[in-house]
Design a protein around this ligand. Structure first.
Ligand code: 13P
Length: 252
């Protein structure tokens, strides 16, 4: 039995003050989450304040990225140790925006994933194909490469805690959601890959979230599929009523 997870990726949005307002209204309007893990991923500058504010609530905090090194001459980078120190419990790794604009590769995803585990952060590793790749019939090939190379060399204990997010690039910020069945098909494929990498028992424990234009209206249907274990939400996570509605969709 996998506990669903609803994670809000704030991307490069919200000051500390605006973030505090948002978590306060999420918390007040949704006091009894039931069996669902709720995570918010603020910008680095707000992690500490948000983590302090949600300390006694059911909400946890994620970083949106980390560097793989612990410390050193890497100007502008954030070590996993610092993210953890600031109060993050999770970290989003390999988001398509990082792959697209910041030259993230499956190799750096792998290094960051290992670094996250080494420093007590739970990684949410993102994979997903572009529209051109989907139209060329290359979805499985692309996902296979991202999953296999991104997760190579993880231990069984790591795999047990791992979270994967399937985010088709064409569905991010476009208002164009994958249908529940389209997402379920890829999630099933990812789980088959995980069986090969981690064995059948552990593969059943790994949560696979869907991301890409998830909103208050479509979340419940998406979450009703057996291999869709939660959502990684962008735009709709910035509005408390919408995010709360998505959380409710996961608990229903
Ligand atoms: P949107 O929900 O805005 O499409 O963004 C999805 C996403 O990238 C979450 O990481």
């Amino acid at each position: 039995m996998r506990i669903p997870m609803i994670a809000g990726n704030w991307k490069m949005n919200l000051t500390i003050g605006a973030g505090l307002e948002l978590v306060k209204s999420i918390h007040y309007s949704h006091r009894h989450p039931g069996e669902v893990d709720v995570v918010v991923a603020p910008p680095f500058t707000a992690i500490h304040s948000i983590a302090e504010a949600v300390k006694d609530s059911y909400i946890s905090v994620a970083a949106q990225n980390i560097h793989w090194e612990t410390s050193g001459a890497f100007t502008g980078e954030i070590s996993p140790v610092f993210a953890k120190d600031a109060g993050a419990e999770y970290v989003i790794i390999g988001h398509s925006e990082r792959r697209q604009y910041f030259a993230e590769t499956n190799e750096t995803v792998n290094k960051k994933t290992k670094a996250a585990f080494a420093h007590g952060l739970t990684p949410i590793v993102c994979v997903g194909e572009t529209l051109a790749e989907r139209e060329a019939g290359r979805v499985e090939e692309v996902i296979n490469t991202q999953v296999t190379q991104g997760l190579t060399g993880l231990s069984a204990t790591n795999f047990e805690k791992l979270i994967i997010a399937y985010e088709p690039v064409w569905a991010i910020g476009t208002g164009k959601t994958a249908t529940g069945q389209q997402a379920e098909d890829v999630h099933t494929f990812i789980r088959e890959l995980l069986v090969k990498l981690a064995g059948p028992e552990i593969a059943q424990k790994i949560r696979i979230l869907y991301g890409g234009s998830v909103n208050a209206k479509n979340a419940k249907e998406l979450l009703s599929f057996p291999n869709i274990d939660g959502a990684l939400v962008g735009g709709a996570s910035l509005k408390a009523p919408d995010f709360v509605e998505i959380i409710k969709g996961a608990t229903a």
